[in-house]
Design a protein around this ligand. Structure first.
Ligand SMILES: [Fe+2]
Length: 414
């Protein structure tokens, strides 16, 4: 609700593309999750009646859970002028109240506790989507509105120098461990073999990406995967999403001059892959990325979690990646492994060996999307800081560009 503060009802209703949802729909859908997947199941178990707030919401605000029934079509979320934004606010307040009552009545019931944690983490994912979907929507308006008048770092800051740090590799384990929350797709923890590699100390900057463009990056088929090259030509890509003419970019603070020291952002997997090939490097495999992230988390005495001190997350209120400056590195010499921009990996989003989705409707949360998408790691400037961790796997289709997605390079050491 804090993220939606200051937006008008009209702002909250627009759906600018099928993949993005109206803000009002996000607000209602996360409450739908608590109502339908928790209250509806658990109130009867506690001998209390469940009464739907509005029976039609079960369909309207269902995203993709076919176990609940056929959802309202994804591309038609923007036609929902009713319920009004005020009615959605009332829905949220009513379900929140019932959730508090349920928690008090149930006590520390492990299965319920886990579902509530899932609901809260699900809401955090939609907090990020509220920002990325709104950015896309505002970018389609020729007025290029500003969401928040965030102050940002002055343009033309000097970036941290890019170096490569060597990792010996060997046998390691990746995946969730510990007794804190993780999504099912981070499990089970399992062994991986990692060849020696070196990783860049910071994400690729706008300045470096400009060199790729000026070197004909978008015109050289030899740099691209076949699907990527088809996409470049079909979509007429010549630069990352939200780059404007005359060296300006669109941000959630409106139009502004590009800071070339900032991490390049809003690139697809195809662009990240082509850039890496041009730079005579490659994208990290998710095992390599997690190998490095785990050592950072261990050094910070937070095994499995994120050393968030060095990154820029939703809480800074910048809603934009900022330049990596010297002095922000962790002990291994790396900066911004967490925060600022999601980092595309070269890993397809697949089940880990032994993966088992949970029984029932929540089993549809992650597992059924394990085809044709690529894994991203580390969180972004739109991710809540306590949402991310070393084992966290985000995933998007390789052509997707509206998330805060960037590039970190690795090279083989053989
Ligand atoms: Fe959702």
């Amino acid at each position: 609700m804090a993220l939606a503060a200051g937006l008008t009802a009209e702002d909250c209703m627009v759906q600018s593309m099928v993949e993005a949802s109206p803000i009002k729909w996000h607000l209602a859908h996360v409450t739908w999750f608590f109502e339908t997947l928790i209250l509806e199941q658990w109130l009867p178990k506690l001998g209390r009646p469940f009464r739907a707030f509005c029976p039609a919401y079960r369909t309207l605000f269902n995203s993709y859970y076919v176990g609940i029934g056929a959802p309202h079509p994804r591309g038609e979320r923007g036609v929902l002028s009713r319920p009004s934004l005020d009615e959605v606010r009332a829905y949220r307040a009513a379900i929140d109240e019932q959730m508090f009552a349920l928690m008090q009545a149930a006590g520390p019931e492990p299965e319920l506790t886990r579902l509530i944690a899932l609901g809260a983490n699900h809401e955090q994912q939609h907090q990020e989507l509220i920002l990325t979907d709104l950015k896309h929507h505002f970018s389609r308006n020729p007025l290029l509105p500003a969401y928040r008048d965030t102050h940002s770092c002055a343009a033309a800051t000097a970036p941290m120098e890019q170096r490569f740090v060597a990792f010996a590799g060997g046998k390691d384990e990746i995946g969730h461990r510990g007794d804190f929350f993780a999504f099912d797709n981070e499990c089970p923890r399992h062994g991986v073999w990692i060849e020696p590699f070196e990783m860049a100390t910071r994400p690729v900057t706008n300045a470096e990406y400009l060199q790729f463009i000026e070197d004909g990056g978008y015109r050289r088929a030899d740099l691209w995967l076949a699907d990527g090259w088809d996409t470049v030509r079909r979509e007429r890509w010549e630069a990352p999403l939200y780059w404007l003419p005359d060296g300006e970019v669109f941000t959630l603070a409106g139009k502004r001059p590009m800071d070339t020291a900032e991490p390049v952002c809003h690139v697809s997997y195809y662009e990240a892959d082509a850039f890496a090939r041009w730079a005579k490097a490659r994208l990290p495999a998710e095992g390599e990325w997690e190998h490095v992230a785990q050592s950072q988390a261990e050094a910070a005495s937070k095994p499995g979690a994120a050393p968030t001190a060095c990154g820029n997350f939703l809480e800074t209120g910048l809603f934009h990646p900022r330049a990596a400056l010297g002095g922000q590195e962790t002990a291994d010499g790396l900066a911004q492994l967490f925060g600022d921009v999601w980092e595309w990996t070269q890993s397809a989003y697949l089940p880990y060996p032994g993966f088992q989705p949970p029984e029932g409707t929540v089993g549809e949360y992650n597992g059924k999307f394990m085809a044709n998408q690529m894994v991203l790691r580390g969180g972004s400037c739109a991710t809540p800081a306590d949402h991310i961790r070393a084992s966290y796997r985000n995933f998007f289709y390789p052509q997707a560009r509206w998330q805060f997605s960037g590039i970190r390079l690795v090279r083989d050491l053989r």
